[in-house]
Design a protein around this ligand. Sequence first.
Ligand code: NAP
Length: 350
Amino acid sequence: MSLNSTDNNFMKIAVDLAKKGAGKVSPNPLVGALIVKDGSIIGKGFHTKFGGNHAEVNAIGNNSVIDSTMYVTLEPCNHHGKTPPCTERIITEKIQRVIVGSIDPNPRMQGKGIEYLKKHDIDVSVGILNSETDELIRFYAYWKNTGYPFVTVKLAVSGDGFIAGTDGQSKWISCPESRTEVHQMRAEYDAVLIGTNTLLLDNPALTVRHVTGRNPNRIVIDRRGRAKSTMRVFADNADRIFYFSMIRRKDIPTRVTQILLNENEFNLSLILKILGENEQQSILMEGGAKLATSLIEKNLCNEIILYQAQKDFCNGISFNESLIPKYGFQIFDRSQSGIDKKITYRRDYV
Ligand SMILES: NC(=O)c1ccc[n+]([C@@H]2O[C@H](COP(=O)([O-])OP(=O)(O)OC[C@H]3O[C@@H](n4cnc5c(N)ncnc54)[C@H](OP(=O)(O)O)[C@@H]3O)[C@@H](O)[C@H]2O)c1
């Protein structure tokens, strides 16, 4: 059956539903589902938490869904995981049509759910609002395909390109609206990463305070073991804290996961691989310039977000913005965040 603008509108609702799971479902993907019968919505659902019901099951609920159409942002699962296969439920409930946004990049899936539904005479269409449904699963897809976390480098820069003043202080470069946006990102990414100098100069808490949401996991890269054990990143208010160093620290709280690497092993590629193995799917890098530069130069960064403030610093710690085009990043989005300009750059990746 051909698709039309009504199908687009229904899928858009499913996309918006999926977004409600942000920050709660990792390492699963964000998924939304909608059930429509005779032109009316009879069920809505999204994946609400890791290990919980899938979006399709939440949308079905206790509704009578015989001969209905399901709009689902991601191919329904076809395997027993933490929950039974959604394909079986769709077949048992006698749903007539299933409209899918994205194919599941999980090697166990990759179209198998769609094939299974078709084999059971369900009318399946794939690819509607594909750019929006792919966007929902960009962290999950990158991690499933590569084993590495999706890394966003976020920096606030002064009008003249500095990320901190001469005293090393970077507080209050960006405006309150930008800081609130960053707290929202913290609530949605699995983890926040910082470099040693930022740790020592700023002693950041890296928690979510300006919006409602859970604190992200924290990752500290401190090769020479210079962090003080009392620093705020080690506070007991995040699920997981990863500390990468060449030096074992007896004074750091035991709940911090210390990962010791020797001099030959101590590189960002191995560090990110280990984080991927620990199911960290998305990482927000929040400082500073040296760590950001290393990630970009080693092709370990997927996205760069710059908040460009109005004020000039004239001197201080700078970030070399010419790296952005040099390493293949292009402008993906430009917007205004309060009085700051926000520019998002992306590069092609698998
Ligand atoms: N405006 C903003 O958005 C923003 C955000 C955060 C921070 N800041 C400011 O940035 C300043 C700090 O930035 P920074 O550029 O001086 O330092 P940084 O990036 O915070 O930390 C640099 C350190 O990180 C480690 N590192 C970097 N690349 C590495 C790699 N490839 N492998 C292993 N370790 C690596 C190294 O530690 P070792 O020397 O121990 O090896 C390096 O000295 C502070 O003033 C802070 O206030 C600004």
